[in-house]
Design a protein around this ligand. Sequence first.
Ligand code: PLP
Length: 287
Amino acid sequence: QWIYLDGEFVTKENAKVSVYDHGFLYGDGIFEGIRIYGGNIFKCKEHLERLYDSAKSIMLNIPLPIEEMQDVLLETIRKNELQDGYIRLIVSRGPGNLGLDPLRCPKASVIIIVEQLAIYSEEAYRNGLRTVSVAERRNIPDALNPKIKSLNYLNNILVKIKANLADVGEAIMLNAQGYVTEGSGDNIFLVKKGVVYTPPCYLGALEGITRGAIMELCQKLGLTLKEEPFSLHDIYVADEVFFTGTAAEVIAVREVDGRIIGSGQAGPVTLSLLENFRKIVTEDGVK
Ligand code: PLP
């Protein structure tokens, strides 16, 4: 396995960063998780645009132009001879001193890891996940806007710990007003009476690329989609609930806080979106 590290390819064992890297010291950096399907980088442009937007927002200078970053991604995939897998692209503020000041970090570090990916079983896609809602609040747009895919995932990790303690696959975050925002690493949708709903990102969610692809698919399939705030009550009484994300794709939720959702299995809209999503993943991307 070859890892891209600041312009060089190194083995996994030799892929090391400095303890003075502000990504490590402060979570000062950004990242993307991207899928490769049949050698195709799915929604490459969208992921790179989100990365460069995150960088601009936090005044992080990525040392490669966006076009070159795409070539480096393709080269890393080729070098690893991977047809299907996951790309983790990280840009950290780079090594500096112990102070917070990013001006002390002369050069950002770029790291690309590509790996095989196995997340949920086919059984999980058919039967859906059990989930709980948690007290941790998703920060609504403030200094650290959730649109920035930053290396600060501690809040999401606390949520994942809650999910682990409840022995469920994912957890649901609300914002300070009590509106549903997203999961610890996925966006959320519900289906009620044939209409598909997802919360607007301004409530406090990452603008997920899979979310965007599913919204487009809804339109293509003639499903009515509404971007509207909703509460846990709406989730409990929904016909279907599902998460979307680069790793999870489209995964049904069969239980929330002990309430069984719909039939207690993946519903027809969720399964149709998953099937159609898996058809488009090799079409919309870069080879
Ligand atoms: N929400 C959060 C907090 C995430 O970390 C992710 C994963 O990247 C998502 C949602 C889903 O976004 P995407 O579909 O772009 O992977």
